[in-house]
Design a protein around this ligand. Structure first.
Ligand code: ADP
Length: 306
């Protein structure tokens, strides 16, 4: 059974729906990226997964033995959090609160776990420092260590690289990818389609168009290609990413059916975006340069193109 199965979910505030028709599954070990326009409801969906917000409609089924307190959460970095007046060690330890059953003290097992996770995130030497004195990248490592104290099963990350410089962003993405390789399931909101298709194995795109599938299927869909190309146009510094497999992006797209079939190394009618991503996959640290394609516009990305 999946860790999380979401069926016909609508999310929002009161009766106000901000995103609907959401269906997806997360299996143990998956890495899911949630993408979509600003304001499309990504954070609201994450709050709903965390039970901080009631679904307007539909259901969220947690399975595979996943308990509520086994979901680690890295919230969006706010200015208030950046100024939090506590030491690194205190913040990391606070991740054990749910696990220790809200005892008024931390057990030696909690302290050991906090030390291990600080070590894992490379922040042991910062343990006594005040959180608010740290750089943005160091603060995110502290929050990841905290989230890992809550769970090794599932991490929910809301824009974990927002505000970080490109080098620290790449380090953060690679740290998250390592955790995933170690078996931690990841659900990450990202505004960065390039990074999403570089790291995740599944993509959930919400907004006017809703898509859920593997990243290869997403890259083969008009919606995915459109967003990848548009981001590369808007943002000259597309993110660094490391594809997991060699050349996973040779995808034949059936325009009639709107379905994508993976056909390794044998795509005869690639789009410019596919070519760009494929070329990038041959060189691990290449920046994706998806070429311009003036024939793709918003009108073309309609429900039939998923
Ligand atoms: P995203 O994460 O995709 O940028 P959000 O989930 O933050 O989108 O927001 C989706 C919509 O919900 C936006 O129109 C936003 O203004 C609205 N919204 C966010 N938080 C609240 C709230 N607490 N009450 C009412 N509306 C909200």
């Amino acid at each position: 059974m999946a860790l999380i199965a979401v069926n016909d979910l609508s999310v929002g505030y009161g009766s106000q729906i901000v995103a609907e028709n959401i269906n997806f599954k997360v299996e143990a070990g998956d890495y899911l990226c949630i993408v979509g326009e600003n304001g499309s409801g990504k954070s609201t969906l994450m709050k709903t997964l965390l039970n901080l917000q009631k679904p307007v409609k539909g259901e969220i089924i947690k399975g595979d033995g996943l308990k509520e307190n086994e979901i680690g959460y890295l919230p969006q970095h706010t200015d208030v959090q950046k100024d939090f007046p506590a030491s690194v060690k205190e913040i990391v330890l606070s991740g054990c609160l749910g696990r220790s059953g809200f005892k008024p003290f931390y057990t030696s097992a909690d302290k050991k776990l906090a030390s291990e996770n600080m070590e894992r995130m490379g922040i042991t030497d910062l343990a006594g420092r005040s959180y608010r004195e740290l750089s943005g990248g160091q603060q995110q490592r502290v929050l990841l260590a905290r989230a890992l104290c809550a769970t090794r099963k599932l991490l929910l990350l809301d824009e974990p690289v927002s505000g970080l410089d490109p080098k620290v962003t790449a380090e953060m993405y690679s740290l998250i990818a390592e955790l995933n390789k170690e078996g931690v399931s990841i659900i990450m909101i990202s505004h960065d389609i390039g990074a999403a298709v570089g790291y995740a194995d599944h993509i959930l795109h919400i907004g006017g168009n809703v898509f859920f599938g593997t990243r290869e299927e997403y890259l083969g869909s008009k919606l995915g290609r459109f967003f990848l190309m548009r981001q590369s146009r808007d943002d000259e510094s597309m993110p660094l990413f490391k594809p997991r497999k060699k050349n996973p992006y040779s995808i034949m797209m059936s325009e009639d059916s709107g379905t994508a079939e993976a056909e390794e190394g044998n795509a005869s009618e690639e789009t410019s975006a596919e070519t760009a991503v494929k070329n990038a996959s041959e060189n691990d640290d290449t920046r994706v340069q998806a070429a311009d394609n003036d024939n793709v516009n918003d009108k073309e990305v309609n429900d039939n193109d998923r």
